[in-house]
Design a protein around this ligand. Structure first.
Ligand code: SF4
Ligand code: SF4
Length: 110
């Protein structure tokens, strides 16, 4: 099955919904209208869970977050277009001011 924008719009919400197991960590969410498909977040993600999928919004496609997302915030910090936000397990937006602490723990620097 081809991955389309329609399927990526709900991807983060589905990750939070959890399926068999309720998610306890934050998850990255991509705003497709801001994403340029530059691919920088793909290189940043420590668990390689970001892919670029086809989109009608631009020729490059848009980023799609996979189920392995650990909520480390690194992609949200590195995206030059501020296209990635973090959702808390309850679905609320994680304040960007809280990104740095966890990213520094994972990566060792900002
Ligand atoms: S770094 Fe940002 S703009 Fe580039 S592909 Fe990732 S989400 Fe999109
Ligand atoms: S929050 Fe971390 S694990 Fe999740 S997609 Fe972004 S870089 Fe990858």
């Amino acid at each position: 099955m081809d991955i389309t924008v329609e399927s990526t719009v709900t991807a983060s919400q589905e990750l939070l919904a959890g399926g068999e197991e309720k998610r306890k960590r934050a998850v990255a969410r991509v705003s497709h209208d801001l994403c340029t498909g530059c691919g920088i977040c793909i290189k940043s993600c420590p668990v390689s869970c970001i892919t670029i999928v086809e989109s009608e919004l631009n020729f490059n496609g848009v980023a799609n977050i996979g189920r392995q997302c650990t909520g480390c915030n690194i992609c949200a910090i590195d995206c030059p277009w501020f296209a990635i936000a973090m959702l808390n397990p309850d679905g609320s937006l994680k304040p960007p001011a809280e990104y740095a602490k966890q990213a520094q723990r994972v990566r060792g620097y900002l």
